[in-house]
Design a protein around this ligand. Structure first.
Ligand SMILES: [Zn+2]
Length: 255
């Protein structure tokens, strides 16, 4: 993947942008001159992450904090380089910090993916993720633990919402003042491996603990928001309450 991967900037709310990469999203939150970056795509998306910041009229040096929803390679892949280049601190939930440092790995295994290789959407997705650097070491040693309660003292003052299951320390981030909920992989609206559109859980092979992941969605219901920014799939306009109901109703349809 020599060229910068394509991305699309989707304005979500005042100063909030969903950035749609080829196979995974990240988000930018502006607050005055400063920015918070949430997640950072695969390792090979590093140039795209920087270009997306310029595309919203800022510089990578304006990023005052990087927040991680969870430690999967498609969400943290570019962040070690970003932090080293631009000096931004990287934060994750306390339970996710050792995962981001790769003290352990709660990620779908190559063997599990291979067992699903007969599904027509799987081979092109695997080809993409290999090109995107999914097999590289993506640990972020410098990651720091977030305090257990928000709002966080970073641009946009997001409130972490613990949503264990997809990984043990997965966090969503609520921006109450802007009516936005960043859902990461706790609830998505599409995926290269899914034929469904709209709120849904990920295919179950991606969840470390599927039943915990489905139960965790309940934590999103009480977040006051009208816009959801998922880790995969398009921006969704509607309440978390409605999105969670739809996603749970479709859990049986997702393999
Ligand atoms: Zn994930």
């Amino acid at each position: 993947m020599a060229r910068t991967p394509a991305f699309r900037v989707v304005p979500a709310a005042d100063g909030v942008f969903l950035i749609r990469g080829p196979a995974v999203n990240w988000a930018l939150i502006a607050d005055g001159d400063a920015l918070t970056l949430i997640d950072g795509g695969y390792p090979a998306y590093a140039d795209a992450v920087e270009a997306s910041i310029r595309a919203v009229g800022r510089r990578p040096a304006d990023v005052a904090a990087v927040l991680v929803t969870h430690g999967h390679v498609d969400h943290i892949g570019s962040l070690a380089r970003f932090a080293a280049r631009h000096g931004a601190p990287v934060y994750a939930g306390a339970a996710e910090v050792p995962h981001v440092r790769r003290a352990f790995l709660q990620q779908v295994t190559p063997a599990r993916i291979l067992r699903n290789a007969w599904r027509p959407r799987v081979p092109p997705w695997v080809a993409h993720l290999v090109r995107a650097g999914a097999l590289r070491d993506c640990r972020v040693e410098a990651v720091r633990p977030l305090p257990p309660e928000g709002p966080l003292d970073v641009p946009g003052r997001p409130v972490p919402v613990p949503t264990p299951g997809h990984t043990s320390g997965h966090l969503c981030y609520h921006l109450p003042g802007r009516g936005v909920l960043v859902t990461g992989d706790a609830l998505v609206t599409g995926h290269p491996l899914s034929r469904l559109a709209g709120p849904q859980p990920l295919p179950s092979m991606f969840d470390h603990d599927r039943s915990a992941a489905l139960a965790s969605m309940a934590a999103l219901r009480s977040c006051a928001a009208d816009t959801l920014l998922p880790g995969h799939g398009p921006l969704w306009r509607g309440t978390p309450e409605d999105a969670v109901t739809r996603a749970r109703d479709r859990a049986e349809l997702v393999w």
